[in-house]
Write a protein that binds this ligand. Structure first.
Ligand SMILES: [Zn+2]
Length: 443
């Protein structure tokens, strides 16, 4: 890793609030941290490395607030029965798949998708893992892939009672073991959350055990919440509470926790999410794909909920997800021109906030003192480009451009559209196809 890296001759988009455009500024990275942003002639050398951006856009590495690495090997699999409901999607595909995963599949799934993340400029990922018949050690195997890739990731195991008590217990223990490892090692690339599948597959006893462990470990929870209407009806029927109210009753909401989806939430639920400062991860492509509805971003945001953007494994391309978020919200609101700031703010504002809170140091913006997660995007604005127009360029232009260079914590992972990490990609893909073929045979 270069100890003194200069990135010059680019146009900087800062992200954060306000999201600004800086023309004619260079960016100095020292020991993985952005230490100076200013005119190049004000930054004295020598430098170990200089990257000439060639007029490209320089942006922060992007954050994905909800991801499932484990679904990578399903690409192209066509064996499932047609699913008419969200529960059938789970029964016919995801719960059939994750039961067949072994630890090699788990590690490979992460390795493959993390290379894609580098290519798309996503340098921070919050993963939610399931492999109910290969739980113990699964998070260490994913962490191994994360270490090789050079990006940063928060990991957890999604505990569920759907496969019985022993497997639920193993899931609880896997979360705790990985959280202890993170606390012990203090590796800035890795963080832990306590994973839970969703309230409708968890008993009160398991929720209580998770709450006690998470509290002792000092970490937040990462859980699917009110993704489909069926999650709400099941919880109301069996427990007399909405998923949000039930998770709150067990002490699982809070400023360190992530509620993924929040599509089917009541006004009281929204107020609880806001009052507890629980972060919501919005995943529009997944919601559209599963036909479960679209979260009301305007209402959530207006009532004070922090809403960020995840992909739920549909992609690792955050710029693709943000575009879809925009169109989906227009349809949700039945209005073609509202929600622009609320949607754009998920990516440039809330996601950096989430990552910074989770990592305990500033992540996801280009400012002095922030960790050097930086991407260069091959985009040359054809219309005026400034603080007022930057978000329009982001949605309609930059999202369509190619990421050229990806840097995480000062380490160059891709330069000039070529991966620079030590990995034999064709060999990896061949091994991945072999594992996928075996997995599909078992499926
Ligand atoms: Zn998910």
């Amino acid at each position: 890793m270069p100890t003194r890296l200069l990135i010059h001759n680019g146009t900087i988009i800062t992200f954060g609030t306000p999201c600004r455009v800086l023309e004619g500024q260079a960016l100095l990275v020292e020991d993985g941290l952005i230490t100076k942003i200013g005119p190049q002639d004000t930054i004295p050398g020598p430098f170990d490395k200089m990257i000439d951006a060639g007029g490209q856009v320089v942006m922060p590495g992007l954050v994905n607030a909800h991801m499932h690495f484990y679904s990578t090997l399903v690409r192209g699999l066509g064996k499932m029965a047609p699913s008419a409901t969200f529960q059938e999607v789970l029964d016919n595909l995801w719960w059939r798949l994750d039961r067949q995963l072994n630890l090699d599949d788990v590690e490979m799934s992460a390795q493959v998708v993390l290379l894609d993340a580098i290519r798309k400029g996503t340098t921070t990922l919050v993963d939610h893992h399931a492999s109910p018949f290969a739980i113990t050690g699964s998070l260490d195997r994913i962490a191994k892939a994360v270490k090789v890739s050079g990006v940063r990731a928060s990991l957890c195991y999604e505990v569920s009672d759907r496969d019985g008590g022993a497997i639920a217990t193993e899931g609880l223990e896997e979360n705790a073991a990985f959280a202890r490892r993170c606390a012990r090692e203090g590796d800035p690339q890795l963080r832990a959350l306590f994973g839970l599948h969703a309230a409708f597959t968890l008993s009160d006893a398991t929720l209580d055990r998770a709450a006690a462990l998470g509290r002792d470990l000092g970490i937040g929870f990462h859980v699917h919440v009110a993704e489909a209407a069926s999650d709400v009806s099941a919880n109301l029927q069996e427990h007399g509470l909405t998923p949000v109210a039930r998770l709150h009753a067990h002490g699982l909401l809070g400023g360190k926790s992530i509620a993924a989806h929040a599509v089917h939430v009541t006004d009281a639920d929204i107020d609880l999410l806001a009052a507890t400062d629980t972060f919501v991860a919005h995943n529009p492509q997944s919601n559209l794909n599963n036909a479960v509805g679209i979260a009301d971003l305007l209402k959530l945001t207006a009532r004070g909920v922090r809403v960020g953007l995840g992909t739920d494994a549909m992609t690792v391309n955050m710029l693709e997800e943000i575009r879809v978020a925009m169109w989906a919200q227009h349809l949700r609101q039945d209005h073609p021109s509202c929600g622009f700031m609320e949607v754009a703010g998920t990516l440039f504002g809330r996601n950096p906030e989430l990552a910074s809170r989770m990592w305990g140091f500033p992540v996801g913006t280009l400012q002095e003192g922030v960790v050097a997660d930086i991407i260069l995007v091959d985009y040359h604005p054809p219309t005026p480009f400034n603080d007022d127009t930057v978000l329009g360029h982001l949605i309609f232009g930059i999202s369509q451009a190619t990421v050229d260079t990806t840097i995480c914590a000062g380490r160059v992972l891709m330069e000039g559209k070529r991966l620079t990490i030590d990995i034999d990609e064709p060999a990896l893909a061949a091994r991945s196809r072999e594992l996928a073929r075996k997995l599909w045979d078992r499926f």
